[in-house]
Write a protein that binds this ligand. Structure first.
Ligand code: FAD
Length: 468
C-alpha cells in the first residue's frame, strides 16, 4: 500500500525528512501537489514563482522515477480521493506554520486518522520548531537577540541525503501544470522577472556553494551594499523549500569553523527567519494587525490608491533610494534588504501610510515572499511590531544613500531617467511595467513627493500627537 507525500513548500529531494521517511518505509511513494484555495490566494509573483518551482521539481522527481501528481480542489477531498484510488495507507507532509495552513492541516490530520489512515507531519522548513524555543519563564521571545542566544549553540540536524532507494508507485492521473496557469496574473507573464529567478534545488545548491566560497568571507561589509551581490540570494529558495535552512546553516558553520568570522552574521540572518516563524506561531495576528494594539489608534493613511502610494509602488517618489529599490523589486521579484528597510520606512513614516498597504504590495510582487518574514519586516519598519525600530527613528533615505551607495551605482542601475545611456537593468523596468503606468525612460525624473526632512518632521509630529 503506497504512501502519499503531500508536497507544499518543501520542493526538494535532499534533506527532505518527509520524503526520506516515506522512501525509508519501503512502501511505494506517490508525490502529490494540491492546488487548493491557499495556492489560489497567493499574490501574483509568489504564485508565478511556485509554478516555476513545480516545473523544475517535476523533473527532479522524474529523475528518481517518481511522478509528481497534480490535483486541484480542497486538500482533504483531494487526498481522500487519492487514498481511494490508490489504496494508500498513509499521507505524509512537512509542517507549515501560518494559521491558515495550520487550520487546514489540523483538519486533514484529524479526518484522515478518523478514517484509519496514517497521517504524519514532519519538520524540515525550520531548524527550530517555534514551540521548542522558550524563555526561562516558559514564554515566547519577543526580541531577537535573546532568541539568537538561546538557539545559537543548539545542534542543528545534519542534512539528510537524497533517498537512495525509493519504491516506485504505478502512474496515476494528473492534471497538467500549464493548465493551472499559475503565472496568469504575473506582470508581463513573468518574462522579465524570469531572468532573475534562481529556480530549483540544483540552482540553490550551486548558489550556496558559490556564496560560501566567494562571498561569505566579506559578508559583513558587502551585505549592506545594494549594488553588489553580497548576500546569498537564497530567500526565494528557502521560501519554497528548494533548499533547507539546515543545509545553509551547516555550510555557514563550516565556513565559520574554517576561519570566516563573517559567516556568523550569515547564521544570524538564518535565525532571523526562524525568529519570524516563532513570532508568527505564538502571535499569528502579526500577519494582519498591529502587533502592539496601541497602533490601532494611529491615523495611518490606509488608501492603497492614494497618489503618494501609487508613486511609491511605481518607483517615482523622487527619492532615489526608494525608487531604485521599488524598481528592483518590480524587475527582479526581490529587493535588497537595505532597500526593503528604506522603502518600508518611507511608506510608513514619511508617507504616514499603514504598513499593511506596503505588505500587500510586497505580497503581490516578491518571488521570495514569505508570510512570516514579510509581516515581521513591515511591523519592524512601522514600529508596531514586537522587536521594532522605534517610531522616532526615521531612516533618512538620502543619507542612507550616501552611506550605502556612495557612487550611486545602485541608483544608476535602476533609474533610467536623466541618464544618457541607461543600463539594461534600468531599462528593463519599462519592459516589466504595465502600459497603463504610462512611464518612459526619457521622462524627467520627478521631484520628491515628500522630501526627507519634511517627511521626517511630519512623522515626528504625528508621533507626538499619537496619544499613546
Ligand atoms: P541573506 O543575507 O543571504 O540571508 C540569508 C537568509 O536569511 C535569507 O535568505 C532569509 O531567509 C534569512 N533572512 C535574512 N534577513 C532576514 C530578515 N531580516 N528577516 C527574516 N529572514 C531573514 N524575507 C523573505 O524571505 N521574504 C519576504 O517576504 C521578506 N519580506 C521583507 C519585508 C520587509 C519590509 C523587510 C524589511 C524584510 C523582508 N525580508 C523578507 C527579509 C530580508 O529582506 C530578505 O530575507 C533578504 O533580503 C533576502 O536576501 P538574501 O537571501 O540574499 O539574504
Amino acid at each position: 500500500q503506497p504512501i502519499l507525500v503531500w508536497f507544499r513548500r518543501d520542493l526538494r529531494v535532499s534533506d527532505q525528512p518527509t520524503f526520506h521517511a516515506a522512501a525509508k518505509s519501503g512502501a511505494p511513494v506517490i508525490a502529490v501537489f494540491i492546488k487548493d484555495d491557499l495556492v489560489n490566494k497567493l499574490g501574483a509573483a509568489p504564485k508565478w514563482r511556485l509554478g516555476k518551482a513545480l516545473e523544475v521539481f517535476e523533473r527532479t522527481l522524474a529523475d528518481l522515477n517518481v511522478q509528481l501528481v497534480l490535483r486541484s480542489g480542497p486538500a482533504l477531498e483531494v487526498l481522500q480521493n487519492l487514498i481511494k484510488e490508490t489504496n494508500a495507507q498513509g499521507v505524509y507532509w512537512s509542517r507549515l506554520y501560518d494559521p491558515q495552513s495550520v487550520a487546514r492541516d489540523t483538519d486533514v490530520k484529524a479526518s484522515l486518522r478518523a478514517g484509519g489512515v496514517e497521517a504524519r507531519s514532519f519538520g524540515g522548513h525550520l531548524m527550530f520548531e517555534p514551540w521548542s524555543v522558550e524563555t526561562k519563564m516558559g514564554g515566547m521571545y519577543k526580541v531577537y537577540t535573546p532568541f539568537w542566544r538561546s538557539v545559537k549553540d543548539r545542534d542543528v540536524e545534519v542534512p539528510l541525503p537524497v533517498p537512495s532507494k525509493i519504491t516506485v508507485a504505478n502512474k496515476i492521473e494528473s492534471e497538467a501544470l500549464q493548465d493551472w496557469r499559475l503565472g496568469a496574473a504575473m506582470r508581463r507573464g513573468g518574462e522579465v522577472v524570469e531572468q532573475h529567478a534562481q529556480v530549483g534545488e540544483h540552482a540553490a545548491q550551486n548558489r550556496l556553494a558559490e556564496f560560501i566560497e566567494q562571498d561569505v568571507a566579506k559578508y559583513v561589509e558587502m551585505r549592506d551594499i545594494p549594488s553588489t551581490v553580497g548576500t546569498s540570494g537564497l530567500s526565494e529558495n528557502l521560501a519554497l523549500g528548494e533548499i533547507s535552512p539546515h543545509q545553509c546553516w551547516h555550510a555557514g558553520m563550516r565556513a565559520l569553523l574554517e576561519g570566516d568570522a563573517d559567516a556568523e552574521v550569515f547564521l544570524k540572518e538564518l535565525v532571523w527567519r526562524e525568529f519570524a516563524y516563532h513570532l508568527m506561531h505564538h502571535t499569528p495576528h502579526i500577519l494582519d494587525s498591529n502587533w502592539k494594539p496601541d497602533w490601532d489608534k494611529f491615523k495611518w493613511n490606509t488608501d492603497a490608491d492614494h497618489p503618494d502610494v501609487i508613486a511609491w509602488k511605481q518607483g517615482r517618489t523622487g527619492i532615489e533610494f526608494v525608487d531604485a529599490a521599488m524598481r528592483e523589486m518590480y524587475v527582479t521579484g526581490k529587493m535588497h534588504n537595505r532597500g526593503r528597510m528604506i522603502v518600508a520606512s518611507y511608506l510608513t513614516k514619511h508617507l504616514l501610510t499603514h504598513w499593511k498597504v506596503g505588505q500587500t504590495w510586497f505580497d503581490e510582487c516578491l518571488t521570495d515572499w514569505d508570510p512570516a518574514s514579510n509581516a515581521m519586516g513591515w511591523q519592524w519598519a512601522a514600529g508596531s511590531g514586537p522587536d521594532a525600530s522605534p517610531y522616532f527613528r526615521v531612516f533618512n533615505p538620502v543619507t542612507q544613500l550616501d552611506k550605502f551607495d556612495r557612487e550611486r551605482s545602485y541608483v544608476r542601475a535602476w533609474i533610467a531617467e536623466g541618464q544618457r545611456n541607461p543600463p539594461d537593468t534600468a531599462l528593463s523596468f519599462f519592459k516589466a511595467i504595465p502600459e497603463s503606468w504610462a512611464l518612459t525612460p526619457d521622462a524627467i525624473y520627478p521631484q520628491p513627493i515628500v522630501d526627507a526632512a519634511t517627511g521626517r518632521q511630519r512623522a515626528l509630529d504625528a508621533y507626538q500627537a499619537r496619544g499613546f
